[in-house]
Design a protein around this ligand. Structure first.
Ligand SMILES: NC(=O)c1ccc[n+]([C@@H]2O[C@H](COP(=O)([O-])OP(=O)(O)OC[C@H]3O[C@@H](n4cnc5c(N)ncnc54)[C@H](OP(=O)(O)O)[C@@H]3O)[C@@H](O)[C@H]2O)c1
Length: 224
């Protein structure tokens, strides 16, 4: 059984991935900011799958929390990291503060950089990293000035890592998602027509269980 860490698995896409992978041959390790929500999901999986679930509470705005997460990954011999935790911001140059830009970069970019940097110090080969990116990570928009910047930076980080680890048994997979039905999009008029998070979870499951002889790198996912 492989050990997989899913950041932001208390709701939305992360929760769907955790539930999906727990039904397969994986030990899932949960993360979120609410102990109560983590406990609820752990209980659900433990009841359904008869597996003992470990989780960690951490706020990615806090460096000391990130250091605890890095230790948790090492202690639990994590082999697959799903970088899913993230925040959205709908703002333009006129209504965005520098602090807002810094905070979103901390959650959507620097936290991932820190976790990967600490991870590759001890996990030298045989791992998978999946990054939950967005169409905003390829196409910047004036009304997503902060969010687009963080996701474009993540895409760049990922591309550098792909070059760094070329030739090893390492997969770095970036999922560029269209709008998904989660808390993040709950105010959209067309909410019910958006991508189902369970479909994204199914894709993630396939990406890490199938294609063992292939490199799957950048994947665009949108509603047909
Ligand atoms: N929904 C979409 O349309 C869409 C489209 C493209 C890409 N994405 C990306 O997919 C990922 C998941 O999005 P989602 O829609 O599932 O979002 P969501 O339902 O809002 O869930 C976000 C998760 O991230 C965690 N998180 C937020 N801020 C955090 C912080 N400061 N420290 C630690 N964890 C934090 C949340 O924890 P709490 O439970 O504690 O809040 C939650 O578990 C994100 O990276 C997002 O950018 C989403």
């Amino acid at each position: 059984m492989k050990n997989v860490f899913i950041s932001g698995s208390t709701k939305g896409i992360g929760k769907a991935i955790a539930l999906q992978l727990s039904k397969k041959n994986f030990n899932v390790f949960l993360h979120g900011r609410s102990k109560k929500e983590l406990q609820q999901i752990a209980n659900l999986i433990e009841d359904q799958e008869n597996k003992k679930i470990k989780s960690i509470k951490a706020d990615f705005l806090k460096e000391k929390d990130l250091k605890r997460v890095s230790k948790f990954l090492k202690k639990n011999s994590i082999e697959i990291i799903i970088n899913n935790a993230g925040e959205y911001s709908n703002s333009n140059i006129f209504n965005t503060s520098t602090q807002e830009m810094r905070d979103l970069f901390q959650i959507n970019f620097f936290s991932i950089f820190t976790l990967i940097k600490d991870f590759v110090k001890w996990k030298k080969d045989n791992f998978i990293i999946i990054n939950l990116n967005s169409f905003a990570g390829k196409n910047s928009s004036k009304d997503e000035i902060v969010y687009s910047a963080t996701k474009n930076a993540l895409r760049s980080l990922s591309n550098s890592l792909k070059q760094e680890f070329i030739g090893k048994k390492i997969k770095i997979i970036d999922l560029f998602l269209g709008a998904v039905k989660t808390r993040m999009t709950k105010n959209r008029k067309n909410f019910n027509k958006l991508i189902d998070p369970n479909d994204v979870a199914e894709f993630v499951s396939d990406a890490i269980t199938k294609y063992s002889t292939l490199q799957v790198s950048d994947v665009d996912i949108f509603k047909n």
